[in-house]
Design a protein around this ligand. Structure first.
Ligand SMILES: [Zn+2]
Length: 73
């Protein structure tokens, strides 16, 4: 015969996450900048708009480019 000890279930009220506006703006701006950089390298970094010579960056993100529906070739 096995006995289990009853466990007490306590509930705590959820506390909303409060972020100061300055910290939220920092995270938003950083995330936006990072997203724009990723967007550029995946979608636009080719040909006349390329920062780096050669096709290494383009080939590195080539599958992501097609997956996201950017025109390529
Ligand atoms: Zn392609």
């Amino acid at each position: 015969m096995s006995s289990t000890t009853p466990t007490a279930h306590t509930t705590t009220a959820a506390t909303p996450l409060v972020i100061p506006t300055s910290a939220a703006m920092t995270w938003l701006m950083g995330t936006t900048a990072l997203a724009m950089i990723v967007y550029y390298f995946i979608g636009v970094e080719q040909g006349a708009t390329a920062i780096f010579n050669g096709a290494q960056v383009h080939e590195f993100v080539h599958d992501a480019r097609h997956f996201l529906g950017f025109p390529c070739h």
